[in-house]
Write a protein that binds this ligand. Structure first.
Ligand code: NDP
Length: 240
């Protein structure tokens, strides 16, 4: 049986592609999701990957959810912190709720999910943690102060934990995707989408599968000397 991998937000979009790619690479995959039961059940039916519902923004439910995953699937060796949301508004119009929903789901979640698994990884002397950041955490974007702050925070978290974990066989890396056609972009108007694609040198949006390949690469046993890095995948839109 392959190593156990848990992917948050694993039932739709980029997370679903990550789950399928890890499964294909031989991992024993579990997928977390937040609330869309229909999508989760359809994903489970299609892939046979077990799905687990809890809010990654809540520390207590993360602890409980991880215990359930470990009881059913096994000790988590690969953790992919992928779940994320956007609540876009210019700061002068942003509500405190929009700010805090994004911070708790996209940044607090890294603490909530990683804290319960890190000691076991350290004891076993092996772990792979891959955190999904964003091009907008690297370069900033108007209307996304909350999202950019969280996604920059993901990169800081990644670097610090990489240093703490380096001698324990645990690597911690981030991936910063550019624009990928998923439900996350459903609120973006056609006109804005056209302008975004115009800024991408490769001339198109990314595919979820293209991001998933990066996760498989970083999760591999052979990727042991890559840690603290941010892998940029954005069709050339921003080079860091
Ligand atoms: P989607 O909206 O397509 O999917 C989001 C997934 O996260 C769903 O499975 C959703 O569960 C889950 N989720 C949301 N909130 C929670 C929560 N509180 N607890 C548990 N699970 C939750 O998003 P994408 O696939 O587009 O995005 C995946 C990641 O990639 C995010 O971190 C995003 O910020 C990042 N990203 C996306 C880009 C893009 O262009 N799409 C670009 C750069 C980064 P449910 O189905 O139950 O709602």
């Amino acid at each position: 049986m392959g190593r156990v991998a848990l992917v948050t937000g694993g039932t739709r979009g980029i997370g679903a592609a990550i789950c399928k790619a890890l499964q294909k690479a031989g991992y024993n995959v579990a997928a977390n999701y937040g609330g869309n039961d229909d999508a989760a059940q359809a994903f489970k039916k299609e892939t046979k990957i077990p799905v687990f519902k809890w809010d990654v923004g809540d520390y207590v439910t993360c602890n409980e959810g991880i215990v359930e995953v470990e009881n059913q699937v096994g000790p988590i060796e690969v953790l992919v912190n992928n779940a994320g949301i956007s609540r876009d508004a210019m700061l002068q119009k942003m509500t405190h709720e929009q700010w805090s929903e994004v911070i708790r789901t996209n940044l607090d979640s890294l603490f909530n999910m990683t804290r319960p698994v890190i000691n076991n990884m350290r004891e076993r002397g092996f772990g792979r943690i891959v955190n999904i950041s964003s091009i907008n955490g690297q370069k900033g974007q108007l209307g996304l102060v909350n999202y950019c702050a969280a996604k920059s925070g993901v990169i800081g978290f990644t670097r610090a934990l990489a240093l703490e974990s380096a001698r324990k066989g645990i690597t911690v890396n981030a991936i910063a995707p550019g624009y990928v056609a998923t439900d996350l972009l459903s609120g973006v108007s056609e006109e804005v989408m056209k302008a975004i694609v115009g800024q991408i040198p490769v001339g198109r949006l990314g595919e979820a599968d293209e991001v998933a390949r990066c996760v498989v690469f970083l999760a591999a046993d052979e990727a042991a000397w890559i840690t603290g890095s941010t892998l940029t995948i954005n069709g050339g839109q921003f080079m860091d």
